[in-house]
Ligand binder design. Sequence first.
Ligand code: HEM
Length: 120
Amino acid sequence: MEDDVLDRLGNGQGLSKIIEDVFKRLLDDPRVKNRFRGRDIEQIKQGFTEYLQSLFTKNSNMYTGLPLSEIFAGLGITKHEVDVFFYHLEEAASDAAVSHTTIQTVLTTLSSLRSEVEGK
Ligand code: HEM
């Protein structure tokens, strides 16, 4: 079932195309773009992609970065900013012809990580 999600996202190539698009949208959106100022966008894209792959792969851990709780400690990311992030992810995946059901599965899984990303 989990591997199936990655298949439906287009695996390596399809997924990186979607992530490219997500970050293009984020960097173009005045509600969140300042969050990425001075950050290494290529590194974030790669880390986020690996993180997604780890979430939906049973037998390997592709993500080698810090835990989300450490990355996001002190950044004060709001619930609204996470909503914006999810919105762009949904749009990019939908444009890539990923089905509504698969997009909802991804968003539900990512929603369970809100408490690690959002500032208290
Ligand atoms: C569930 C939602 C999210 C997940 C799973 C997630 C995941 C990640 C991961 C894995 C990294 C580390 C990349 C690396 O290896 O360096 C990262 C970094 C980062 N993310 Fe997120 N992210 C989420 C939401 C957001 C939102 C909503 C924002 C801002 C609007 C954001 C902004 C950032 C920034 C600025 C960094 C770099 C931090 C640094 O350089 O220290 N993320 N994210």
